[in-house]
Design a protein around this ligand. Structure first.
Ligand code: ZN
Length: 263
């Protein structure tokens, strides 16, 4: 049976846990006192948002999702909705985060459904697990499928992923410094390297040109009007040139760091 529990804002996760009869678990993870059966919790957020977190297949992860994933989603989903607004766009009000026992990889998003690979998450409960779900929440709000449906140009995947990682690494968990590029990564670093490499590039454009750049790129991609010309409009430089300027700055930084280490 699937237990449906509504997490009302006023109800703290701790008090909710107290209502759940603790069961001993044979799970190999560090999570203890998980309910024997998985659940579908619904996180209700002011503004009319509802995020269902489904651990029906993976009961050993229920407690972790309540302690770590639900609070992150409650705090960040409405924030991300505000940051990633565009004319006439209404972000999805209802979404689901489903943990899959047999899934390979890390996590994936299809429309308003986020799927998480339980085997990977179990290795990353205190590591990259929550941050990877944050990244998927960004994909739900990006909703770039709208523009594709209108027959416009397909948005470049490196930028879609880079934007999600920019928000993750520079807003959600900046203390981890997850996008650092050192001596080894420098040679192969490209602005369109996707994920955290592109996130590093986007942050450089924010620092050196304008802090709204990621949000303007987001709006253009959602509206189906993104093109490389936009970089010239936003920064005065063509994309390739911008990528080279970024790499020059990176190279100087790496050089200074290695000098610092030699002293
Ligand atoms: Zn992604």
């Amino acid at each position: 049976m699937i237990l449906k529990t509504v997490l009302v804002l006023a109800l703290s996760v701790a008090s909710l846990e107290a209502q759940t009869a603790p069961e001993s678990s044979n799970s190999p993870t560090t999570v203890t006192n998980s309910p024997e059966k998985g659940v579908r919790d619904v996180v209700v957020i002011p503004g009319g948002y509802e995020i269902a977190i489904d651990t029906t297949e993976t009961p050993d992860l229920t407690q972790w999702t309540r302690e770590r994933v639900a609070p992150m989603a409650r705090r960040w989903y409405p924030k991300l909705v505000r940051m990633l607004g565009s004319d006439g766009f209404e972000a999805p009000k209802q979404l689901t985060i489903t943990f899959r026992a047999g899934m390979d990889g890390v996590a994936a998003t299809s429309g308003t459904n986020i799927f998480c690979a339980a085997r990977w998450m179990r290795q990353e409960l205190d590591g990259e697990g929550v941050g990877s779900i944050f990244h998927e929440l960004v994909h739900v709000i990006q909703s770039y499928g709208h523009s594709r449906a209108r027959g416009s140009q397909r948005n470049p995947g490196w930028l879609v992923e880079g934007l999600a990682d920019y928000l993750r690494w520079y807003l959600y968990e900046p203390e981890i410094r997850g996008t650092e590029i050192g001596k080894r990564g420098l040679a192969g670093a490209r602005h369109d390297g996707s994920y955290r490499v592109t996130a590093n590039f986007l942050n450089w454009t924010v620092v050196n040109h304008h802090r709204d750049i990621p949000y303007k790129l987001n709006a253009a991609m959602r509206e189906g009007v993104y093109s490389e010309e936009l970089w010239v409009t936003l920064t005065g430089h063509p994309l390739q040139e911008l990528g080279e300027l970024w790499k020059t700055t990176l190279a100087k930084k790496v050089e200074n760091e290695s000098k610092g280490q030699q002293q």
